[in-house]
Design a binder for this molecule. Sequence first.
Ligand code: CDP
Length: 808
Amino acid sequence: MKDEITREERVDNLKGMGCSRKRVEDARFTQGKGNYVDDIKLDGMLFGDFVRSPYAHARIKSIDTTAALEVPGVLAVLTAADLEPLGLHWMPTLAGDKQMVLADGKVLFQGQEVAYVVAEDRYAAADGIELVEVEYEELPVIVNPFESLKSDVVLREDLVAEDGSIPDGAHGPRKHPNHIFTWDAGDKDPTEEVIANAEVVAEETMYYHRTHPCPLETCGCVASMDKVNGKLTLWGTFQAPHAIRTVVSLISGIEEHNIRVISPDIGGGFGNKVGAYPGYVCSVVASIVTGKPVKWIEDRMDNLMTTAFARDYHMTGKISATKEGKITGLHCHVTADHGGFDACADPTKFPAGFMNICTGSYDIPTAYLEVEGVYTNKAPGGVSYRCSFRVTEAVYFIERMIEVLAIELNMDAAELRRINFIKKEQFPYTAALGWEYDSGDYHTAWDKALKTVDYDGLRTEQAQRVEDFKAGKTRKLMGIGLSFFTEIVGAGPVKNCDILGLGMFDSCEIRIHPTGSAIARLGTISQGQGHATTFAQILASEIGLPADSITIEEGDTDTAPYGLGTYGSRSTPVAGAATAMAGRKIRAKAQMIAAYLLEVHDNDVEFDVDRFVVKGAPEKFKTMKEIAFAAYNQAIPGIEPGLEAVSYYDPPNMTYPFGAYVCVMDIDVDTGVTEIRRFYALDDCGTRINPMIIEGQVHGGLTEALAVALGQEIAYDDMGNVKTGTLMDFFLPTAWEVPNYETDFTVTPSPHHPIGAKGVGESPHVGGVPCFSNAVQDAFRPFGNRHTNMPHDHWRIWRTANELGLHD
Ligand code: CDP
């Protein structure tokens, strides 16, 4: 049989890996046909909303719901007293702590859920909320974790025994009622000794402020209890639908097969939608009580003020080196503000996430990390924002420490990085704090980045600018921000990583239909990352059917195989691997079918793009389409009918993407206004599935990094009031602030991932924040600046210039 089209055309037809296939999701998103949780409308559906605490710390003396219940349309008002008999007034957090579902005797942060009003529509619910009378007795407020550890004020009275002793927490002994855990990694004494005896030591204290990912769609759910069949259906903004189903089953006692959790389209997650929120529990209870579907959707202020934040890390570092700049040791201490409850979404064994990646991309022989978790009167959470499991904090820390060490050594920061990078031949590399980096080629990436931006030329220009400034010829300084990051994504090997005891594997199930099209279902859930596009591309290359003929489905626990969901850039490293492995099972069976059809031995056929060909006789072949039909149409001896496969993939290691970023920034010292002249981002995420989608991920992550570095924060006053609870105060960058990004890449495949791919979604945020921050700091370096804390908004930059005497 002769081919009508060339091999190249057959490859193109598949739209497989490496192709910038247009996003298949966008046809519905751009035409308003997305189906988000707030689009769900069911017969007789009720609305629930919260009475929230205006105080950050207060005792609740009484709650009177009488007037609220008289509002036409209000059907019920739930309080902790109603949930207590069901054992649902508290719920477990993902971090091994417990959290009040509704205020039980006291509130611990502003906006905490106090009562849940259920009404026929959201207007009646809002009227009801106004009329719930809560009598509060204010208590002293603590918003500073250092003060919290010294204070006599006990925040979590539930965690102090009657005799006044302090029981251990989920992560070991607690030394103070407001202390959550102390977690460490590395060698304390040797590190301290190395630093004490070093030729050069740089020390710095930095605060990575509290941030919030602020997804366009806030959190919400619809709970519908079908009392006739005993089935609960829960639609919601869940980044981990299967884990939510298991948690709902465990805390409600409803058997897991009677719970169906569905994540419909999600309008951005970024870690904000990983955890379990009181709104989910209250909606389920309200649906069970009323027998009707109940919807709960946060407004913007609820979302910003009460759902999972990120960062809030106070970090102190010491880094030692020889006079020539070879780093010898690193010490890091962190005081971590977790708010009123520890609701971090880290893998169980890592209460400070992967903060112990803080040695970064450098060959540092000795290191020690200690993290103390502390309760304060702020909202709970901890890792959301391109989830990152604290890698963002770790990379910010080391990339700032490198810069202060460069100042101490009077050395160029790019050169200091270069002489300390882990070398290509050292991979797989075991870092001082325990991680085994799977692969990397940092020098190549760094050299490419510096050459592309003409780094030496930029430094010359900067020196001239300093001269001009000193001579009064300009009021603008120039900063060159550098960052080199190593990410750790793809949680994770089940032996290391679980959440609430659920091992962090992931899955893919494929069914090939007789006519040669297919559906693949995964345990992950896209929130804008384009999984329907890219996972079909992996399969197209693996099984030789066009990506356009493959439907990808995620998010329905009744149909998708169990998986741990999408956050921390784990989808490609874990579910992407499962997809490739399931595809390979399909291919193995297809090979047997092809051999039978071609009347040769199995070993005499080989896969070629979209078909199996007889070795040495390429004119003899069976296409995957023909093989699919034969699987359903012929009785093949020894082979079951059908063409299906499933893979549950437990990755042997994480993947370690990396990147080199450079930012060129002008700063007006009189206004504090920054102008990003150039931003160059080189990312290495191993094998690239869809270059266009990667570019989109990088643009998004960099924009979020810009936001965090240059203005965005969740700030509190001393009374625990959230000062940035609306988009009037919370900086959300728009096209106006966002520069042109230049993207670039190198390709260092992961040696253990079936297709060599590493994650990418989180990388630009992780690498971007220190790059923007370093640009600001670098502009002031010639005038004596060492470190200033983010966010570098105009006011703070002006203040830095002022403190350095640049306004004199
Ligand atoms: O877990 P999440 O989807 O947030 O992050 P990811 O695994 O880094 O993937 C983000 C998007 O980039 C997905 O559509 C991936 O398939 C795509 N990607 C890619 O095309 N090539 C890579 N090497 C990594 C990710």
